[in-house]
Design a protein around this ligand. Structure first.
Ligand code: SAM
Length: 235
């Protein structure tokens, strides 16, 4: 543990958890220009109550990919506001198009931040304001020398715990055994979570990276981590 930083050896807050590489087709660019602005929460203070015209529980999906889980959650939980956070532009564009295909005014509770979840959670999301965070099939970074790039680290758990309401829930799924072990160890070491394993959310479609894992003969490890009520926000 770094004496002054609170970081475990090898952790660096600035390490990227994603690969910033993709091609933006004309269709993707057109979808982003047309469909993102009405749902874009941007960077800066999150003013969802103003935008949505109501106060509702906030659910954040980190690394939503092409957005099937975020969209399904938003459709099935109209009483919640959902922010899908994703760096990958073609994935965001696909989710926006899928939401639009349900009808021009459909899924008004689905919002987007196109960018890195870590600075956004740090700067834009108030402490203890999120009811649930979802991290489904995060990039596995399978080589041991890349383990510091996996999303779950002690400092990211600090941030997530600080943004979740007391009793808020962090749901994680991965189909890579080494990542499941990594998540299990980090949650246990962090110590602010009551962890249950094996509960697959019924609302989540079998899609995206879960479908790829199933096709390759893998199964998903599911973690439901409830933030303890004891400690307040530390960041
Ligand atoms: C393996 S994909 C899984 C996508 C989706 N959750 C699924 O299950 O199909 C992981 C996604 O997380 C995104 N990602 C990784 N780190 C991120 C970060 N710090 N902020 C936002 N998105 C991130 C990547 O761009 C990628 O789309």
């Amino acid at each position: 543990m770094g004496a002054r930083t609170g970081l475990v050896d090898g952790e660096r807050p600035g390490v990227r958890t994603f690969t910033p590489r993709w091609r933006t087709s004309r269709l993707t660019a057109e979808r982003m220009a047309r469909l993102l602005p009405p749902r874009d929460v941007g960077f800066g203070p999150l003013r969802l109550a103003e935008r949505a015209g109501r106060v509702a529980p906030l659910v954040v999906e980190i690394g939503s990919g092409h957005g099937a889980a975020a969209l399904a959650y938003a459709v099935q939980h109209p009483e919640h506001e959902v922010v899908a956070v994703e760096v990958h532009v073609p994935g965001v564009a696909r989710m926006l198009a899928a939401a639009q295909a349900l009808g021009a005014d459909a899924v008004p509770n689905l919002w987007v931040h196109r960018g890195d979840a870590l600075p956004w959670l740090t700067a834009s999301v108030p402490p203890e304001s999120v009811a649930a965070m979802h991290l489904f099939f995060p990039d596995p970074w399978p080589k041991a020398k890349h383990a510091k790039r996996r999303f779950v680290q002690q400092h990211t758990l600090d941030l997530i715990a600080a943004r979740l309401e007391p009793g808020g829930v962090l749901r994680i799924a991965t189909d890579i055994e080494a990542c499941a072990e990594h998540v299990r160890e980090h949650l246990a070491r962090h110590g602010r979570w009551e962890v249950r394993e094996g509960e697959r959310p019924l609302w989540r479609p079998t899609d995206g990276f879960e479908a790829k894992g199933l096709a390759a003969g893998r199964t998903a490890y599911e973690f439901t981590a409830v933030r303890g009520r004891g400690e307040g926000s530390s960041r």
